[in-house]
Design a protein around this ligand. Structure first.
Ligand SMILES: Cc1cc2nc3c(=O)[nH]c(=O)nc-3n(C[C@H](O)[C@H](O)[C@H](O)COP(=O)(O)OP(=O)(O)OC[C@H]3O[C@@H](n4cnc5c(N)ncnc54)[C@H](O)[C@@H]3O)c2cc1C
Length: 257
């Protein structure tokens, strides 16, 4: 099951953004700007920046998420967002005695499709186990022949065996990932991934992330969401045709918090 945690974020982020932005237009020092900033100034500065499209000051604020219960299909799309930092559970070092997998809802709700899907996962696990054993024996014997101790041969052989056996794992494999994005990257991420045209799993993740962010920095993420919140649908002919509903959903004041 999808689990999204906002692990850390820049404290007083909205104040930091307003200070940095104010510095661009001010002759006084940084300390003085910070000391004199009141909440109403922060709100109005954030509104002004977002209105002007002056987004670079929001890069000073970072957010680290911990995400579990997602597929490798999802993380393959996630890591395409280059202005971010990632740490993902490795299949190279972690042996999966029973790998977990994500079943897409369209498959889960259909008995026949689900049975075929599960059978395929079980076959993948069986192949992984068999390949791990075959490769382990091969590498172990080679290391012993080369003069390694039994302990050393076991350690190296196991690592090399799972490194190649994992090639049979499917995109459905469950994974865990920690990543850090700044607010500007996040706005771009939401423009692309909250869109109805984005793939269902990453859209679900994007919406859960946005919910967490709205709890801590409601002003900063007030207008965050798919590209059609501001201006026409960027998808052109591929539009979902639901711009009114989408705008209502994302611009509601107490948006599903
Ligand atoms: C609906 C959908 C379908 C997609 N389909 C495909 C697909 O079929 N095949 C595929 O390969 N990808 C696909 N993608 C992925 C997409 O092309 C992007 O790689 C991904 O969304 C990351 O977006 P980004 O580059 O804006 O983000 P980031 O990498 O975080 O970059 C943020 C912004 O920084 C700027 N930037 C970053 N790096 C550079 C650079 N090297 N040069 C210039 N500017 C840069 C750009 O303005 C960019 O928007 C799809 C994405 C979506 C949302």
């Amino acid at each position: 099951m999808l689990k999204v945690q906002l692990l850390r974020y820049t404290p007083e982020g909205e104040k930091l953004i307003a200070s940095a932005a104010k510095l661009c237009y001010s002759s006084i020092g940084i300390g003085e700007i910070e000391d004199n900033l009141e909440t109403k100034d922060i709100d109005s500065f954030l509104n002004m920046l977002m209105g002007l499209g002056h987004e670079s000051p929001i890069e000073h604020v970072n957010f680290t998420f911990g995400v579990e219960g997602v597929s490798r299909t999802l993380t393959h799309q996630l890591v395409r967002h280059r202005i971010a930092s990632y740490s993902q559970q490795s299949q190279r070092y972690v042996k999966l005695d029973q790998f977990e997998y994500i079943i897409p809802p369209s498959i889960a709700e259909d008995e026949d499709a689900k049975a075929t899907f599960i059978e395929s996962m079980e076959t993948a696990q069986k192949s992984y186990d068999e390949l791990s054993n075959i490769l382990y024996k091969k590498h172990y014997n080679r290391y012993i022949d080369e003069g390694s101790s039994e302990k050393e041969a076991r350690r190296k052989a196991e690592k090399e065996a799972i490194e190649d056996a994992r090639y049979v794992f499917p995109n459905a494999c469950e994974t865990k990932i920690v990543f850090t994005m700044n607010a500007r990257t996040l706005l771009n991420f939401f423009r692309l991934r909250c869109c109805n045209r984005a793939q269902w799993e990453i859209r679900q993740l994007a919406i859960e992330m946005l919910k967490e962010l709205k709890k801590v920095y409601p002003n900063l993420f007030k207008y965050a969401g798919p590209g059609c919140l501001k201006g026409p649908c960027p998808e052109g002919n591929m539009t979902c045709g639901k711009i009114v509903e989408v705008r209502e959903k994302f611009l509601e004041e107490d948006w599903e918090l």
